[in-house]
Design a binder for this molecule. Structure first.
Ligand code: WTA
Length: 661
């Protein structure tokens, strides 16, 4: 974001006070900030009381081995029991947990907490029969169907950490994740529906299993397959098992067991600054506390009356924390939607809100921007008056999109909570509170009670109001990542080395985002300061895409940058040097390379633009100056080139581009 846009942003003076009615009955009030600041651990102990513990903790936080935290030390609980069984025991068995809406119209099913309990128990029994024991990893590669949630909870129930891989990822991406966490079993479906057509998933699992075996000598022992679309699948009797033959026939009784508060709950892979995705590890007690508390506080959830809907995919952390663990721990009723927003009609989402009377709606700015483009007639055609709180996540929300969201979708009555957090933080960290905060379009405002954040200089000095710097979290929090799967050093290096000396040597958590404090001290998150891009709210690493490009036989070198894009926030732009023997690469080289990235990583990583260039701008030490490439990709005048080893390179690149070659 340029300095100019920044200062425009900071001049934003529209304010939206909380509706009086909401403020009067808000779950969390102004006092919570002071209470949490006074006794942070006491505050978090209170939040953990939202859960049902089999054994109470002895100590709230053990931070003696920083940055490796332990929360609710000595406590024991079962996450699935907390998300399902206890609601049935409390007499809410007939309450709907999930209104599932399939993509094909009329393909829908409402599942009560009692039904969910039976299905999760069956799946837990079936996974056990397949040889999954406590501590074994299970990979999940599924469409947005209830069985995906059932599988996650079944894993939690038996203490087998799950790793959900987004269904849009390629077989290669799946294979590398399966290998990294040594998954014993993969749970998948024959396919899912995408814009009215079945789209296969099982073949990617077959390929990934073969790759894991050939390349890394890792054996996936069993593949459990849900029949969703009925499409043809290859079948290996020694490995493949149908869900309807195993889970559906298993006993609906399953005795859950309590696990240590720090027992691993799941690993979620996310992009970092190197080519290899990081397996972010979350554990049980602290994570579930963070999810339950934030989902209740930030959305002002009233479980008896609200109908909540988060549009994320369960393949991302938002789906984990705000579809599965937060809402279910809170006993909420929610909508789960399988499809895309605009299929079979542009207004499908608004139709779903009308049909189910959704009251709390949580989505991403990229979706909001695409609806703005389609025009307000589409949502206006539906009755959206049930909505009372709107949420945004994944990237900075531009003020115009915020105001449109509030006015058009929220009928100018609903607060918009712009929630900043990350895969690593596990739960929302910075956000307005709907019954407390006068919202400012574009600002995530201040940390929620219990969380401590700051914006600091390179040297770790807190910046004054009106200035920008790096976003840090200055105190540990319950849902924080516990590490990177199998790589403690990378965990320290990535998050804790930059401000290692802070807080008496315990360090601060470096988020990788730039931020600014406005004159009131409210925070504006500006985006990544590292080599991570944010495309439609999805995290992608520049290096990962560069490695994919370089794996193509015609490519000698590649540099990737995220360039500003009106629809997707950022877009992938690649600069590629071809190998000599590839000549000019042929007429279709650009398409060939774009599709290659799609095959290697997945459709979300497919570059918007591939530019074939003769050279790349490098410093004398050989580091690619992406800043200059970003100037080119964003059609700006190229900035300072004096640190380049060869300052004529940028002329060559710009010249090549303007001559259209
Ligand atoms: C960005 C998604 C501005 C940020 C939950 C962060 C945001 C990265 C916001 C994490 C927001 C997320 N305002 N930026 N409200 N929410 N981000 O791990 O750059 O997929 O570091 O987690 O998304 O992405 P992740």
């Amino acid at each position: 974001m340029s300095e100019e846009t920044l200062s425009n942003l900071l001049k934003e003076d529209r304010r939206f006070e909380p509706p009086a009615e909401l403020a009067a009955h808000a779950n969390l009030t102004e006092e919570a900030y002071a209470r949490a600041a006074e006794d942070r651990e006491g505050f978090w102990a209170e939040q953990a009381e939202r859960l049902t513990w089999s054994k109470k903790w002895d100590q709230v936080l053990d931070w003696s081995d920083a940055p490796f935290a332990k929360w609710y030390v000595g406590g024991e609980l079962n996450a699935a029991y907390n998300c399902v069984d206890r609601h049935v025991e409390a007499g809410n068995g007939d309450k709907v947990a999930i209104h599932w809406v399939g993509e094909p119209v009329d393909d829908k099913r409402s599942i009560t907490y009692a039904e969910l309990q039976a299905e999760v128990s069956q799946a837990a029994n079936a996974l056990t029969d397949l040889g999954v024991g406590t501590g074994d990893r299970v990979a999940i590669y599924m469409p947005m169907i209830p069985e995906a949630i059932v599988t996650m909870l079944a894993c939690a129930r038996i203490g087998a950490p799950h790793t959900v891989v987004f269904g849009g990822f390629s077989s290669d991406a799946l294979a590398s994740r399966v290998v990294d966490c040594q998954a014993k079993v993969v749970v998948t479906a024959d396919g899912g529906y995408r814009r009215g057509a079945p789209s296969a998933l099982k073949p990617a699992v077959d390929e990934a299993r073969a790759k894991a075996a050939e390349r890394d000598g890792h054996t996936v022992e069993k593949v459990l397959v849900v029949k969703r679309t009925g499409q043809e699948v290859d079948w290996d009797d020694s490995v493949d098992v149908w869900w309807h033959d195993s889970v559906a026939r298993a006993s609906t009784e399953h005795q859950w067991q309590a696990f240590d508060s720090e027992h691993p709950l799941y690993v979620m892979y996310t992009s970092g600054t190197t080519g290899k995705p990081k397996g972010i590890l979350h554990t049980t007690g602290g994570y579930l506390t963070g999810c339950a508390y934030t989902h209740w506080a930030v959305f002002d959830l009233k479980p008896e009356t609200d109908v909540y809907w988060c549009t994320a995919d369960i393949g991302w952390v938002t789906g984990h924390s705000y579809i599965v663990y937060g809402p279910l721990a809170n006993g909420a009723t929610q909508v789960l939607y399988e499809g895309t927003p605009d299929s079979p009609e542009k207004g499908r989402w608004w139709q779903v809100i009308e049909e189910y009377g959704v009251t709390i709606f949580y989505t991403a700015p990229t979706a909001i921007r695409s609806f703005m483009k389609q025009g307000r007639e589409i949502p206006d055609a539906r009755d959206l008056s049930s909505l009372r709180v709107l949420g945004s996540v994944g990237e900075p929300i531009n003020p115009e999109a915020y105001v449109w969201y509030r006015q058009v979708i929220g009928g100018d009555r609903t607060p918009v909570v712009d929630t900043w957090w990350q895969t690593e933080t596990g739960a929302i960290m910075i956000s307005p509170l709907p019954g407390v905060t006068a919202g400012k379009p574009g600002s995530a405002m201040i940390p929620i009670p219990g969380v401590s954040a700051d914006v600091v200089t390179e040297e770790g000095e807190s910046v004054p109001n009106g200035s920008g710097g790096y976003l840090v979290l200055t105190e540990p929090w319950p849902s924080m990542l516990r590490g990177i799967w199998g790589d403690d050093q990378r965990y320290r290096d990535t998050y804790w080395s930059r401000y290692a000396e802070a807080d008496g040597g315990k360090g601060w958590y470096f988020a990788g985002d730039g931020a600014k404090k406005d004159t009131d001290g409210d925070l504006w998150v500006l985006g990544r300061v590292d080599d991570v891009m944010n495309v439609s709210g999805h995290r992608l690493s520049t290096t990962e895409i560069e490695s994919a490009l370089v794996s193509h036989p015609k490519v000698a070198e590649a540099a990737v940058v995220g360039a500003k894009d009106e629809d997707t926030g950022q877009a992938v732009c690649a600069f590629v040097i071809l190998r000599d023997e590839a000549g000019d690469g042929g007429e279709d080289i650009v398409e060939e390379l774009r599709n290659h990235v799609r095959k290697e990583i997945g459709a979300i990583a497919k570059p918007r633009q591939v530019m074939i260039v003769p050279e790349l701008p490098k410093t004398r030490s050989g580091k690619i100056m992406r800043r200059l490439l970003r100037d080119v990709a964003e059609h700006r005048e190229v900035g300072d080139v004096t640190t380049l080893a060869d300052s004529t390179v940028m002329d060559l690149i710009s010249g090549r581009l303007t001559s259209g070659k």
